[in-house]
Design a protein around this ligand. Structure first.
Ligand SMILES: NC(=O)c1ccc[n+]([C@@H]2O[C@H](COP(=O)([O-])OP(=O)(O)OC[C@H]3O[C@@H](n4cnc5c(N)ncnc54)[C@H](O)[C@@H]3O)[C@@H](O)[C@H]2O)c1
Length: 442
């Protein structure tokens, strides 16, 4: 089947490449002309593991165009993968999804199945169906489906091809059957439901995952005060199969393009119909506080940050992606800069960082050279080498603040038998053999 896709971002491109891998012809359009130009010249506008290989292997079945009408005239099934960012009031901004819907309705000359993959508040898919049908000046049928996406950035291609479930929300049985057939080569349970339930299901899933992170972060705040070890506590909780260990790792807090905005969007959608969602509100608040507390720890230790040299390791919101949307590094860098700190940052993928005053180094070694404090923000596996003796010796002061609990306290203690080191993390006691004299130097 020939499929049309609007939106060549993380979800749209992965959807396109994976359907091409399964043998479908796919045409992709994006309003951002430079993205299509990059794709037409064989490049990729985003980084996602194995995307480049799969794109090359399936290049005969993948077509990139600036021409909206080409997608609409050649495809009977069209996916909307446009963005649904947060607006200034915290609500989901649906203008991109709406714009695509209007174009499809305006330019179609045959019936269409329109699949909304973007994350949208309950009721949106039905509204878009009404919009398309009300606007038309013909007798065509526009049937809308909501097929939410659950991929994780960094593992997006794997997740798309190996999902834990596929959700198809629609009120039209014929459309359900067509989309169900599209996924026939996938080995995953299919949840057949109505559009609104599919929409809420996606928000409920994301909120639950975010809530798990905030839950362990809340406990880490207590653990910090009690001097207990949050990693042992999380391991002990997570081994209970009713709870599970995933998303139970304490850290500086979650970021990314989905959790922060989706929590706001569902909270706002619920408030509009006067339903309170206290867990959702608390999840966001705990997350914000977690970042602030980590910053305070650094500030208290350093006794003022003016002119302190900070090495910031990891900028993307999580490893294996170049995505900076709502990354914890942004708020932390802002706070450090506003206190007069000088930041040199390094990330394996991010080369441009939008906080003014932050220098981006070409390597971890360059970032930590002469640093007074080294701060780990994203747990890229290659940052494990930070603990090499030559790297610690390269810093001006042997001080590490680990916002992701990347290192076990045991390995830090072993290292501190060999050299001077001050190490603080989240929800675990500091490890330090800095003498009082050295602390004054900091
Ligand atoms: N990124 C994720 O991990 C993820 C996972 C699941 C669901 N989602 C949801 O999927 C949707 C897309 O997310 P994303 O991360 O791919 O966003 P993105 O910003 O990377 O991509 C969206 C793309 O849509 C394009 N676009 C905007 N208006 C358009 C128009 N009128 N016509 C054609 N293209 C248009 C943009 O230029 C952009 O390239 C969002 O609703 C998001 O919440 C994202």
């Amino acid at each position: 089947m020939k499929l049309g896709i609007f939106g060549a971002g993380y979800v749209g491109l992965v959807t396109a490449v994976c359907f091409a891998e399964k043998g479908h012809d796919v045409i992709i359009q994006d309003i951002a002309k430079e993205k299509i130009a990059t794709l037409q010249s064989g490049g990729l506008p985003i980084f996602e593991e194995s995307l480049e290989n799969m794109l090359q292997q399936n290049s005969k079945r993948l077509h990139f165009t600036h021409d909206v009408s080409k997608v609409i005239s050649e495809c009977d099934v069209i996916f909307i993968c446009a963005g649904t960012p947060q607006d200034e009031n915290g609500k989901a901004d649906l203008s991109q999804v709406e714009a695509v819907t209007k174009e499809i309705s305006r330019l179609s000359t045959s019936d269409k199945i329109i699949v909304i993959k973007s994350t949208v508040p309950p009721g949106t898919t039905e509204k878009m169906e009404q919009l398309a049908n009300n606007q038309k000046e013909n007798s065509l049928k526009y049937s809308f489906v909501h097929n939410p996406e659950f991929l994780r950035q960094g593992k997006a291609v794997y997740d798309f091809l190996n999902p834990s479930r596929i959700v198809i929300g629609t009120s039209d049985k014929e459309s359900f059957n067509i989309i169900n057939d599209l996924y026939q080569n996938w080995n995953a349970p299919i949840i057949e439901t109505d559009c609104k339930s599919a929409e809420l299901l996606k928000y409920a899933a994301n909120s639950f995952l975010a809530m798990k992170i905030s839950y362990i972060n809340m406990i880490s705040q207590l653990s910090d005060q009690l001097g207990t070890n949050i990693d042992d506590i999380a391991a002990g909780i997570g081994l209970d199969p009713r709870i599970g260990g995933d998303f139970l790792k304490a850290g500086i807090g979650f970021g990314g393009s989905c959790f922060p905005k989706d929590l706001q969007a569902i909270g706002n959608a619920a408030a509009e119909i006067e339903v309170e969602l206290p867990f959702i509100k608390q999840t966001s608040e705990i997350n914000k506080k977690q970042g602030e507390l980590f910053f305070e720890k650094i500030k208290v230790f350093s006794k003022g940050l003016n002119n302190k040299k900070i090495a910031l390791l990891g900028l993307s919101f999580k490893p294996f992606t170049d995505d900076l949307r709502s990354a914890p590094s942004l708020a932390l860098a802002d706070r450090l800069i506003s206190e007069g700190a000088q930041i040199t940052a390094f990330d394996p993928l991010v080369r441009i960082f939008p906080v003014s005053g932050v220098q981006v180094a070409a390597s971890l070694e360059e970032a930590i050279k002469d640093a007074d404090i080294t701060v780990l923000v994203t747990e890229w596996p290659e940052f494990k080498k930070l603990l090499r003796i030559e790297n610690i010796e390269n810093m001006s002061k042997p001080v590490i603040f680990d916002g992701r609990n990347m290192f076990s306290l045991e390995e830090i203690k072993n290292l501190s038998n060999q050299l001077t080191l001050h190490y603080e993390s989240i929800g675990r006691p500091p490890v330090s053999n800095l003498s009082v004299k050295n602390q004054i130097l900091i």
